[in-house]
Design a binder for this molecule. Structure first.
Ligand code: GLY
Length: 378
């Protein structure tokens, strides 16, 4: 396979930026075309939880393996990023508590705990008093918790800003306000993209447009990734000196993260509302009420604002990464709730695949799984 000489990435979110940086470090010429501003869409809103163990679905071994590998790569990825960006990126390793405020939640978390133990994941069981010893901000009504010391969080905005800076250091061409209108396929292979500012030639085009990945013309119908927007609303509160939260707190209906910038992120709704970006009274009421039941002290925190992001969810909610049947057209989308966590693993696998032909570690996420369903509808 020939090494690409000119890669165009559609989308400057966390996946596009991470991939561009890794490719450029390896000497490949890369351009990112972003319809808005680099990293300011779903990636900017993302809470930044790195939760391969908290979010491990029952029997989803392939995903858990990939997510844990990406988590394991995070510290070295950040170290290299800090060097290239010449700025710090805060990785918070104080851990996660998944808490239960009634018997129903406790039963659910107990099953989750037992499953994780059965596959060897590092989790600990706590009763309510032990959970409050670990995190005094928790409500006296918390009856049990699963502690996950290895699920961390990152300063999302520092991470994104560093990726932009590192791309600049490595001479990635970053073009903002440059929406791609069409992928151009000529003579059976990709030749570039049409944008609102004209044609951009490329021997490899990577579709990393997040929730918008199915909206770009020119891609043969059987290669269009089945990706949809999944709306998430969240709230930012300002942490005061007397508010002591140190862990990521999760429960079945809400999560809270004490962020490096002095805010507390409270999230998140998960709604199938198309491309609607409006915050709603009901959505915000729900997440604040559920979060307040876990950590009542949020009542007194100043309100900073509401944010809405669109997660790119594929048909099976797993990433879509790898070559398509059109030579030169590569997918890098569908990271759903886990774009930040999966950025290191995805960028490494995609960069290896684009330059060497094999998407090591990401084989199970090939777009081919959907193309086969397209060819043989049930
Ligand atoms: N990663 C958390 C969320 O998508 O809400």
């Amino acid at each position: 396979m020939n090494k690409p000489s000119n890669v165009v990435i559609i989308g400057g979110g966390v996946i596009g930026l991470s991939l561009a940086w890794r490719l450029a470090r390896g000497g490949t010429a890369v351009t990112i075309l972003e319809r808005d501003h680099m990293g300011r869409s779903a990636s900017w809103v993302a809470a930044g939880m790195l939760a391969p163990i908290s979010e491990a679905a029952f029997d989803d071994h392939v995903y858990v393996h990939f997510a844990r590998a990406s988590m394991a790569r995070f510290p070295s990825f950040i170290e290299e990023l800090q060097t290239d960006a010449d700025m710090p990126v805060a990785l918070d390793t104080r851990g996660t508590l998944v808490v239960a405020r009634d018997r129903d939640d406790a039963e659910y978390i107990r099953r989750a705990y037992e499953y994780r133990r059965s596959i060897g994941l590092p989790v600990q069981w706590m009763d309510g008093a032990e959970a409050r010893d670990a995190e005094p901000a928790l409500s006296p009504r918390i009856v049990a918790a699963m502690a996950i010391p290895d699920d961390h969080q990152v300063d999302t905005r520092g991470f994104i800003s560093a990726l932009v800076r590192a791309c600049e250091t490595r001479r990635v061409t970053l073009r903002e306000n440059t929406a791609v209108t069409r992928v151009v396929v000529e003579g059976e292979r990709v030749s570039g993209v049409e944008t609102v500012n004209g044609f951009v030639p490329a021997d490899t085009v990577v579709l990393a447009a997040g929730a918008w990945s199915a909206s770009i013309d020119g891609i043969p119908p059987d290669c269009v990734p089945p990706v949809r927007p999944v709306k998430g609303q969240l709230v930012r509160l300002r942490r005061t000196a007397s508010f002591p939260l140190t862990h990521v707190i999760r429960a079945p209906r809400a999560y809270l993260l004490p962020k490096h910038d002095g805010t507390v992120v409270v999230g998140a709704t998960q709604e199938e509302m198309g491309f609607d970006l409006d915050p709603t009274a009901g959505g915000i009421h729900d997440i604040l009420r559920h979060a307040w039941e876990l950590v009542p002290g949020i009542d007194d925190l100043p309100f900073e604002g509401v944010e809405v992001g669109l997660r790119p969810g594929s048909r099976d909610n797993h990433p879509v990464m790898g070559n398509t049947r059109v030579p030169g057209l590569v997918m890098a989308t569908g990271h759903f709730r886990h774009g930040i966590l999966l950025a290191p693993g995805s960028a490494d696998a995609l960069a290896t695949g684009i330059t060497g032909g094999h998407f090591t570690g990401a084989e199970h996420f090939s777009p081919a799984r959907f193309a086969e369903a397209h060819a043989h509808p049930a």
